[in-house]
Every structure is written in structure tokens, then in C-alpha cells.
Design a protein around this ligand. Structure first.
Ligand code: SF4
Length: 448
């Protein structure tokens, strides 16, 4: 059972040192009990207390990782019902479905779409995450062959789908090193599925008809030592599946009901035959509260909007999207190329870098950390002014990359030009356009 705030408080150092960001140990304990703080935020908890607090410190929806390496997918770990309370932590994985009864050409084209459908969006790469291999043939060798093909042609996480443990074991024999998600343990096969998951250190999906039976089954499996669990309530209509998502999230977060405190897996692919309706259903589960969303196929016109929706829902609403501070090379610039500077609001960076690319004038773009604020807002907040810009220009190393020492600042920050010339001796400050769309014309006439 989770500990109460007072029980947690008794285990904390009670020095009220504030290093965790809370004014008192009691305030921190209350947040910890509510799943709104991480135990690691307090550096002074004893090892003994840590062991006792581990249950309380675990997020109400436990995190589960599928796959290995850079493309491993972490789902769950959620602590809030609504993103304005804190933020949603781990975006749902989007999976493409491959049946082992499909023709080789169809499997190849699905894998090709899975690998090629990726999009650069405000400096991030958006793409699908998982390939689900479903055993429809009943043929152990065929399932293993398709799983092997998926492994060889992707570097992502894999879901192995069968209710027959022998078939899953055959799939595991060719891709256990990728730590696939095994789908699914049911009332009938849970003992053998638990053995497979434990002996291969793989996460296990659990399927039941309804959330009550699901809770019974996860209780049984956790008692048997299965730790990494993903849950499927078995509903295949939008209304029931959506209600189940709300019940599961609410039970785990507000009632601290551990048997349902796991990420979910949902199947829009099995709720309709209409691709557009399937995309709409998937979008609902991106918002609330799918952990893994299995699609019948990937098509650009439906995948891209889902990826952008997912990005928007899982960004921190209290922090604007920001680009890393630094020097960005656009079009192989050299020592005679123009040097421009802008703020690190991702949309600003995206627009400015895009306009520089459009100009076809190779350039250096300096991106100053303004805590994700746009140029005008950052300037008004004192984060994009001469005193802040000059130290960054000095330390970033751009002076060693160009021989002209001319810096183009955004037109909206023109008032800083005098201050910058004082702060940056040897640099000529040039005021660029106020609007990004005027950058190409400006750069075409720029002279070193
Ligand atoms: Fe208390 Fe630890 Fe927070 Fe300090 S950092 S106030 S000891 S909980």
C-alpha cells in the first residue's frame, strides 16, 4: 500500500533545507504522496528510508521500457490526470501492425513505410515507434520468420502478438535481445506467459475482459514476479475503450490502486476498417490516455497529424518549446558568411533557419538561450538585450569562424545595437529585418 504524506514525512530528514524546491519537508512529503514529486529531489534521504519510500516514490502509473538502445520506448510513468497540473511524461508509442499471413511484398512495403515516414519538425524528428507482429497463421516457423525479418529491417521496439506461448517463444528465439513486448497474458495462459517474460526479461502485456478482471490478473502476475506490465482492457469499441482509459488512469492516480497502475495498450486497428476513422480514434487515445497505440498501417496523411498532436500534448505547458543554445551552420558557411542571431523559441528558430535556407546564402545562425521566449518577448523580459547577448557571442566561439566580425541582429531588437557595439568591441552590429519573410532578400544583398 502507498504511504500517506505523514508516514513519508516521518522518514524524511526534517531539516526544511528547501533543496528539493519545497519550503518544508512536510510539503515535499505531501507532494511525494500525491505522486507529484520525485524522491531523488531530496539529496538527504537515508538508504534505509529510501527502501521504505520506494513504493510511495514510484509513479502511480509505472514506467515500462520496450526495446533497447536509442530507439527503446519508455511509456507510463504518468503522475497527473491533466497536463496543466504538471505535464504528461512519456508520449505514447505508435505501432504499425504486421500479420504473419501477409505476403512478403506487403510486409516489405510496411517496413519501408515504417522506416521512411519521419518528419523534421521544429528541430525534432517525429516518427512511429514500434512494429507489432501478430501471429494469425498459427504457424510457429512462419511467425519466427516474420519476427526475424522485422528485427533485421528495423532498430525499434517490437511487439510479439499471440495467445499461444509456444508461438511467442518461437518469436522470442529470434529477437529476445530486442526486449520485445509480449502480447498477451490472459486468464488461460498467464502462468506460461509470466515464465516467458521473466526468463527473457521482457515486458508483458496483460489482456482481460474488463478492468476488474484485469486488476485480478495483474495482481496475480506481480505476485509471480512480473514487474514490467502493459494492460489491455479488451474493449474494442471506441466508447468502452475510452471509458476504460479514464477508469484506469483515475483508479491509479486518484485511488492509488496499484493493480491498474500500468501503461495501457489500445487497438484502433481493431475498432474500425475505415483508415480515417481509425486515425481519429487514435488521436483520442493520444490525448487520453493510451500508452501504446497500434495502427493497422502507417500512411503519411494520418501519421503526421498524430505525431504533431502527440508532440503538442506531451510538451510541458509551462515551458515553451526551446532549441539548444549554440551555433547552427546553415548551408556550409565559411569565414565570409553572414552571422545572424536569434532567440531559442523553437518556432522562431524554425522560421529563421527556414528563411535562411530559402535564401540559399550559407550562414551562421547563433541561437541565444532565452528560456524559450520569442525575440520580442525575450527582449521585453531582458533576456535578449546587449548585456545577455554579448557574453554569449564572446563565449560561443563564432569570432574564430569568421573574419568579418559583423553581427546581424533581429529588427525587433534594433534598440540593442548601440549597447552591443559597446559590449562587443571590434564587432559591427547590423540591424536585420523585423520579419522572417524578409530575411532572404536581406541576405542576398549582404556583403562581408
Ligand atoms: Fe526536507 Fe529533503 Fe526537501 Fe531538504 S531537500 S526540505 S531535507 S525534503
Amino acid at each position: 500500500m502507498p504511504l500517506t504524506g505523514i508516514e513519508i514525512f516521518k522518514l524524511l530528514p526534517k531539516t526544511n533545507c528547501k533543496e528539493c524546491g519545497d519550503p518544508t519537508c512536510l510539503a515535499f512529503a505531501m507532494k511525494l504522496a500525491a505522486g507529484k514529486a520525485e524522491l531523488s529531489a531530496c539529496p538527504y534521504v537515508s538508504e534505509e528510508a529510501k527502501a521504505k519510500l520506494s513504493e510511495a516514490a514510484a509513479p502511480p502509473i509505472l514506467p515500462v521500457t520496450i526495446g533497447v538502445g536509442d530507439r527503446a520506448l519508455k511509456v507510463g510513468g504518468e503522475t497527473v490526470m491533466f497536463r496543466h497540473e504538471k505535464r504528461f511524461e512519456n508520449p505514447p508509442g505508435l505501432a504499425i501492425l504486421i500479420s504473419d499471413t501477409m505476403a512478403e511484398s506487403e510486409i516489405d512495403s510496411r517496413l519501408e513505410r515504417f522506416n521512411s515516414l519521419k518528419y523534421e519538425w521544429i528541430g525534432l524528428i517525429l516518427r512511429g515507434n514500434l512494429v507489432a507482429v501478430r501471429a494469425d497463421s498459427g504457424d510457429t516457423a512462419r511467425f519466427a520468420a516474420v519476427a526475424s525479418k522485422v528485427k533485421q529491417n528495423t532498430d525499434c521496439g517490437i511487439i510479439l502478438m499471440s495467445s499461444n506461448p509456444d508461438i511467442l517463444a518461437a518469436g522470442l528465439a529470434v529477437c529476445a535481445d530486442r526486449k520485445p513486448l509480449l502480447y498477451a497474458a490472459t486468464e488461460e495462459n498467464s502462468d506460461r506467459m509470466a515464465d516467458l517474460a521473466k526468463s527473457n526479461s521482457c515486458p508483458l502485456a496483460v489482456k482481460a475482459s474488463g478492468v476488474e478482471k484485469l486488476a485480478e490478473l495483474t495482481t496475480k502476475l506481480t505476485s509471480a514476479g512480473v514487474k514490467d506490465i502493459v494492460i489491455d482492457s479488451g474493449s474494442r469499441t471506441l466508447r468502452r475503450a475510452f471509458e476504460d482509459q479514464l477508469i484506469i488512469r483515475s483508479a491509479a492516480l486518484t485511488k492509488k490502486f496499484r493493480p491498474l497502475g500500468f501503461p495501457t495498450i489500445v487497438f484502433p486497428a481493431e475498432m474500425t476498417n475505415d483508415p480515417m476513422r481509425e486515425a481519429v480514434i487514435a488521436s483520442i487515445f493520444v490525448a487520453k490516455y493510451g500508452g501504446i497505440i497500434v495502427l493497422s498501417d502507417f500512411q503519411g496523411e494520418s501519421l503526421f497529424p498524430l505525431l504533431v498532436e502527440r508532440l503538442n500534448i506531451y510538451t510541458d505547458p509551462q515551458r515553451p518549446l526551446a532549441t539548444k543554445e549554440g551555433i547552427y551552420e546553415i548551408g556550409n558557411p565559411d569565414e565570409s558568411s553572414p552571422v545572424l542571431i536569434t532567440s531559442n523559441f523553437s518556432l522562431t528558430y524554425f522560421i529563421v533557419s527556414g528563411e535562411i535556407e530559402t535564401s540559399r546564402v550559407p550562414s551562421w545562425l547563433l541561437v541565444k538561450d532565452t528560456e524559450g521566449l520569442s525575440v520580442v518577448t525575450a527582449w521585453a523580459a531582458g533576456k535578449f538585450v546587449a548585456d545577455a547577448i554579448a557574453p554569449f557571442v564572446k563565449k560561443c566561439g563564432i569570432a574564430d569562424k569568421v573574419k568579418h566580425h559583423k553581427l546581424v541582429i533581429p529588427g525587433h531588437a534594433a534598440a540593442e545595437s548601440g549597447g552591443l557595439e559597446e559590449e562587443l568591441p571590434g564587432w559591427e552590429i547590423q540591424v536585420g529585418p523585423r520579419e522572417g519573410s524578409h530575411i532572404p532578400a536581406y541576405l542576398k544583398t549582404w556583403k562581408p
